[in-house]
Each structure stands twice: as structure tokens, then as C-alpha cells.
Design a protein around this ligand. Structure first.
Ligand code: BDP
Length: 591
């Protein structure tokens, strides 16, 4: 799943813009020929969620159609033409000149279909994409669970199992792109270090089991290193040794340009030379311990919803740098490819997560079908993101849920419950799958407070979401601190693996203050964050602290989500800092 690029062998036409749009609640579009044009369209931006572009679409998650016309340049004749959707949430079906050419399940991941045979030259071509985001127990993430929501007092509308608004639509660019007849279908880059030298192993795969000659060239300014690629049955491998390599790190994100060339095709991508390892309580980047300090985030903004928003991306990076953060998790789904490129360039250490948020292990009947979806999501995410130096860990689940949580004591819920056993089997299978696909990065699941500790067993790094002082012992920061310390020390002594606190946070209404500092005030959030960072600073095995959340974000409507927002942001939804931002700067920006 190489990112489409423009060069002299390949072409790319971005279809982003204002498309025609029409809801199809009765699912009549397919039989009524909507693939050839919508009957009563209104304008809709692509990329973008539809929910915040029109008031009447806010709660709409059922089927809807997007359509537009496009020329395909006749200079493309003789090449293979594909249509690619960066993300359609949740189910997308693509029609080209009235013909259904493919469909894809699961949002947040790209899919592409060949349309060479359907292209009309010298006239407009009709592109239509139908999308729906109906919440179902068989989907990942799930909704409309049998027996009601698992969200307890937070349950409301729409009936998600998760705490963010289920935005629907085409969230990332739709592009037409071309490749030569025999083309480079995949490239895998694995980097290593040997003394002062960098070692870059390049594996290339063609779309056909062809033989032939090619090359891999790594460039850095005026310096270039080249190796031959000899294709047999469509596969070739080369190892490039880079003397005195300029390594990639969060502090110095140096990138090389790699070009893979065959007789017919060539493809270029950025490469960062770096190694990753886990040793005792440390994550090692290029052999040295590194701490992952930053945030859990969301793709979320006014009007664009979960749609790619490039000015916002640049601004968010500026704000994260300002706090001194060097890391974040793509909670709770893979973010855009453009964002992963930004992370490479800006030196952000990314925990890359599939959309498996709140897997309900109590609903055992649906575990097998959901496991298959998760395995597909793991494959698609790793295929898409494996060459990004910024991606330092795979997360295959956020807060998988047993039937019951043991919130009072934390540090481990019941292991006897059937949902604990079924959950462990599912999670172990997911971790194992990720490890077979990529042996070079640690794999983790992000654990819920009060869940079974055995679920951590196969994780290379322990990731813990904990809400001492908020959901448990709310407002009692002294007691919260002692419980947090006890729990962290217990988990460390049990596993002897690095621990990252992947979530801790407090809802905070901007402008609320309190003396004494009570929950929901900016003062409380600042003290709460300070307490957590102090606890972490005293423990060498804490390999990272990621505050929940970078910014306030849209949630489902419930009595716990004032104004429809989760207010745990360090920044508001429009990116103004709350007091706690300055606490982060104090701890992180000084070094
Ligand atoms: C955690 C979830 C996250 C929520 C957060 C919260 O992982 O998605 O938004 O809690 O309650 O349980 O704010």
C-alpha cells in the first residue's frame, strides 16, 4: 500500500474538493442509478466528515453518497489507473462510470481499486462513493451492543462503546493514480546500526513474478549510495551501508531519500536510520533510553470533524513542540498518511494504533468476527506505516473491556471471568499477528484501569490508562498519588518491562478556577498533571507519559460530556492553552 506519488513514471490526480452529496436512508441509490449522478445533491467537502458540515446530518450515520465528475488525462493512456480512498468511515463502496468496482470495511485505512478498463478518455468520468457508519456489535469499534451500551452512566447518543463522536464520511483524499504495467507494488525498509555506519535493508516486490534488474539509491544532499536489485519472481533485496550515518531521532529527525528503480518504474520515499529495542525498564532509540512524553490525541476539529485538515496539523505540531512533547499515540485509530510523514520530518515518536477501541470481551459471541476485523486492520496499518521511522510501537487495542472492571483496587481485575479468558486469547492472537508482520517494533495493548493483568503478558511495553484522582478518588489528589504509586510499582515488579502511562487526565472547563482547586477547574487539572509527572520522574521504569488529551474533542452526548465535548484537553477544541499546558512546559520544554 505505497502512498501514491507523482514522478516521471507515475501520475496522481487529487480529487479533493466540493463533491455532490445525498443521504440514502432507504438504500435506494444503488438500484436507482445514483452511481451515474445524484438526484438531489447538495455540496459536501472532501475530505471531511459530513456530520458538522450540516446541522441535520449531525446524528446521521446511515448510507450516503458522494459523486463528482473528472477528466482522466489522455497522457495517462497505456498506464494502469487506480482510484484510492485514504479513509471512508466505516464502509465505503466505489463506483466508476456507473460500475461498482470494490468496497472496503473499516475506517481510517486506505484502499484502492484498479479502474483501467473503465476509464473513458476525452470525456468526463463519473466517480461515486457510498459510505455508511452504522454502529454494529460486529464492527471495530463497536456500537449498539446487545443489552445496551457498556458506557454505564456515560451512555447516550449515538450508542457507541467508545468516547468520541463517530464521525462519518470520506475523511482523507480520494486520488486517481497511475503505475506502469509492471510496477513496484511494495517496499520494506529496515534500518540498523553497525558502529558508526548505518545499514539500510531494502526489499522490493513487483506486482508480477517478473525477473529483471533494478537499483536502490539512498541520497543525502550530494552524497549517494547505490546497490543493485536483482528481481527473481518479482522480489529483490539489497543492503546499503551508510558510512558515518546521520541517525534519525526525535531530537534530530534526519531523513534520507531512497529511490527504488526498475526498468519500468521508480518510487521514492524518506528513510530515517534508527534502531529500537526494549531493555529492562527502558525503550532504546539508537541504543539510548528515550522517554515518550506527549499526548493521546484525536483527529477532530470544528466542521472538518475527522477529515484531513492540514493547517490544523501544522498548528498542532507547533503546539506540541511548544509544550516540549516528543511523542503521541494515534488514539484510537491510524491517523492520516500526511500526518505520519509530518511525524518523520518533525521527530515525533508515534504509538500507532488500530481502531480497536473498547473491544467488548463480555460479548463473546461476536469475538471471532471482530478478531478477523482486527487482524485485517493490523495488516493494513502495518502495510501502510511500516517504513515510517517515527512509528516506534504498534498498539493493537485501546482499553479492551472485560465484563466487569475492578476499579476500587485497580492493578488487576478478575482473571476467572470467562470474558477475561476470551479476551486474553483474542489479544494474544492480535499481538502475535503484529509481531509476525513486523519483528522490528515493540507491540502493545493499552490497558484499562481495573482490567485483568494477564492481558499485559505478551506486551513488549506495558501501556496503562489510569484515572486516579478523576474517575476513582475524584478530587483527592493525595490519595490518588499514593494509589498510583502503589499500582505502578506493583505492575513493574510483576513484569519488569517499561511502563508508559498512555492516559491520565481531568476534564477542565476553560476559564473555571478554584481556590481550593476543585475538579473541572484549570487549577485542578494543572495540579493533577503535576502530580502524575512527579510520580513518573521518580521512577526510571516509566518510559513515557502521555496526557489525555491534547485538545478537547467531540464526544457522544451524555451527562458526563458537557456541551458534547470531552474536556480533558490541555488545549481547547480551538487550540487555546489551559493552565496545565504551562506545567507540561515546565517538565518537558526545559530539556
Ligand atoms: C479512556 C478512553 C478514552 C476516553 C477517556 C476518558 O481510552 O477514549 O476518552 O478514557 O474518559 O477510558 O476521557
Amino acid at each position: 500500500m505505497l502512498y501514491p506519488i507523482q514522478n516521471d513514471k507515475r501520475n496522481k490526480l487529487d480529487l479533493s474538493g466540493i463533491w455532490d452529496f445525498q443521504t440514502d436512508p432507504d438504500e435506494e441509490g444503488e438500484s436507482n442509478g445514483w452511481a451515474n449522478g445524484l438526484k438531489a445533491p447538495r455540496p459536501m467537502a472532501v475530505p471531511g466528515s459530513w456530520n458538522e458540515q450540516y446541522e441535520d446530518l449531525f446524528g446521521y450515520l446511515d448510507l450516503a453518497w458522494y459523486a463528482r465528475d473528472t477528466y482522466v488525462p489522455s497522457s495517462w493512456k497505456g498506464q494502469r489507473v487506480f482510484i484510492r480512498v485514504g479513509s471512508a468511515n466505516y464502509h465505503g463502496a466505489v463506483y466508476f462510470n456507473g460500475v461498482k468496482i470494490g468496497e472496503h470495511d473499516s475506517g481510517h485505512l486506505p484502499f484502492a481499486f484498479e479502474v483501467t478498463g473503465q476509464v473513458k478518455w476525452d470525456e468526463e468520468n463519473k466517480v461515486a462513493i457510498s459510505v455508511e457508519n452504522v454502529l454494529k456489535p460486529t464492527r471495530v469499534p463497536s456500537g449498539n451492543m446487545p443489552g445496551g451500551s457498556s458506557m454505564g452512566m456515560f451512555a447516550s447518543s449515538p450508542a457507541t462503546t467508545f468516547d468520541f463522536y463517530p464521525f462519518a464520511g470520506i475523511h482523507r483524499p480520494v486520488v486517481l493514480y497511475t503505475v506502469p504495467q509492471t510496477y513496484i507494488e511494495d517496499i520494506t525498509v529496515v534500518t540498523g546500526i553497525n558502529g558508526p555506519d548505518g545499514v539500510v535493508k531494502v526489499t522490493a516486490r513487483l506486482n508480477a513474478p517478473a525477473a529483471g534488474q533494478g537499483s536502490a539509491t539512498l541520497k543525502d544532499g550530494a552524497t549517494s549510495i547505490r546497490a543493485d536489485l536483482v528481481f527473481k519472481a518479482g522480489m529483490a533485496e539489497a543492503t546499503l551501508v551508510v558510512p558515518q550515518a546521520h541517525l534519525w531521532s526525535d531530537a534530530d529527525p534526519h531523513l534520507y531519500d531512497l529511490t527504488v528503480q526498475t526498468e519500468e518504474d521508480h518510487y521514492s520515499l524518506k528513510v530515517g536510520i534508527r534502531t529500537l529495542a526494549v531493555e529492562g525498564g527502558h525503550i532504546l532509540l539508537n541504543g539510548k533510553p528515550v522517554k515518550l512524553n506527549g499526548f493521546g490525541r484525536h483527529e477532530d476539529f470544528i466542521a472538518s470533524g475527522k477529515g484531513l485538515n492540514l493547517p490544523l496539523l501544522v498548528k498542532d505540531y507547533q503546539l506540541m513542540h511548544w509544550t516540549g512533547a516528543n511523542s503521541y499515540r494515534t488514539s484510537h485509530y491510524p491517523y492520516s498518511e500526511e500526518e505520519m510523514q509530518m511525524a518523520d520530518r518533525e521527530g515525533m515518536l508515534i504509538i500507532d494504533e488500530i481502531p480497536a477501541v473498547s473491544l467488548q470481551m463480555g460479548d463473546e459471541a461476536n469475538i471471532p468476527v471482530r478478531l478477523n476485523v482486527c487482524l485485517q486492520q493490523i495488516e493494513e496499518m502495518i502495510a501502510r506505516d511500516k517504513n515510517h521511522p517515527a512509528v516506534v510501537m504498534w498498539s493493537v487495542a485501546n482499553e479492551p473491556m472485560p465484563k466487569n472492571l475492578n476499579l476500587a483496587g485497580a492493578a488487576g481485575g478478575s482473571e476467572d471471568d470467562p470474558s477475561a479468558k476470551a479476551g486474553k486469547a483474542m489479544l494474544d492472537a492480535m499481538i502475535a499477528h503484529a509481531k509476525t508482520l513486523d519483528a522490528t517494533r515493540p507491540v502493545t495493548i493499552v490497558t484499562v484501569m481495573g482490567g485483568p493483568q494477564s492481558w499485559m503478558e505478551q506486551c513488549d511495553v506495558i501501556c496503562m490508562n489510569r484515572y486516579w484522582g478523576w474517575y476513582v478518588l475524584g478530587g483527592q489528589l493525595d490519595l490518588a498519588r499514593s494509589n498510583l504509586e502503589r499500582e505502578l510499582d506493583q505492575v513493574w515488579s510483576q513484569w519488569h518491562k517499561p511502563i508508559i502511562m498512555t492516559e491520565f487526565g481531568a476534564d477542565t472547563i476553560p476559564g473555571y478556577h478554584g481556590q481550593p482547586n476543585v475538579m473541572w477547574t484549570e487549577d485542578f487539572q494543572a495540579d493533577y498533571i503535576r502530580m502524575h509527572l512527579e510520580v513518573a520522574a521518580a521512577r526510571d521504569f516509566i518510559a513515557g507519559m502521555q496526557v489525555w488529551n491534547f485538545a478537547d474533542f467531540a464526544a457522544v452526548q451524555s451527562i458526563a460530556r458537557v456541551g458534547g465535548l470531552n474536556h480533558k484537553g490541555i488545549f481547547t477544541r480551538i487550540r487555546t492553552p489551559k493552565m496545565a499546558a504551562h506545567v507540561l512546559r515546565e517538565f518537558w520544554a526545559k530539556s
